[in-house]
Design a protein around this ligand. Structure first.
Ligand code: PRP
Length: 182
């Protein structure tokens, strides 16, 4: 078995888009958050850790950061649809402006569950920021207020995204295609 790696989105394009999204977030939240009530940025682990780390360093508004662990893929390339959270946010979300940061919205099932949980806990408003969106795989509609790139139905890795927990450290978004030889 051989594996093909093809760069889909370069490091430079990612960096440029992250800066643009950061500026847009700064603009949209400048009047809505303050030192007393900062933006609560919630990263969805593990995939979002790289994007979130780059994005928050573009923010010029007061923010706090939380992480939630979500998993639906296990070691497969297909979502199981069974979204599980570990260590859900324990702090009070009442009246808070919350921004969920994801690496990818695929079927939308993870984000649907996240949005439901955060709204149930009394957040003032919840928005979604995702680096990638795969419309071809959509099972539920998710409003993505801040989006990096829409992509085709290819299995992608890098910049936080994994296959079997590998390749999260790549600096670009890469199409991963295992192929049989011969
Ligand atoms: C991936 C990704 C999203 C979710 C999106 O997480 O990071 O959280 O799947 O898929 P969905 O829209 O079909 O729900 P994964 O379960 O692979 O965990 P990981 O982030 O730890 O790699």
């Amino acid at each position: 078995m051989t594996t093909k790696f093809e760069v889909l989105i370069s490091k430079e394009r990612i960096q440029g888009r992250v800066k643009e999204i950061g500026s847009e977030i700064n603009r949209q939240y400048s009047e809505r958050v303050s030192e007393i009530s900062p933006l609560l940025v919630v990263g969805v682990l593990k995939g979002a850790f790289v994007f979130l780390a780059d994005l928050v360093r573009e923010l010029k508004i007061p923010c706090e950061i939380e992480f939630v662990s979500a998993s639906s893929y296990g070691d497969s390339t297909e979502s199981s649809g069974n979204v599980k959270f570990q260590n859900f946010i324990s702090r009070d979300l009442k009246g808070r402006e919350v921004l969920i940061v994801e690496d990818i919205v695929d079927t939308g099932l993870t984000m649907k569950k996240m949005l439901g949980e955060i709204s149930n806990q009394g957040a003032e408003q919840v928005a979604v920021c995702s680096l990638l969106y795969k419309p071809s795989r959509k099972q539920v509609d998710i409003p993505i207020e801040f989006l990096g790139f829409e992509i085709d139905d290819k299995f992608v890795i890098g910049y936080g995204l994994d296959f079997d927990d590998r390749y999260r450290d790549l600096e670009e978004i890469v199409i991963y295609s295992p192929e049989s030889e011969g």
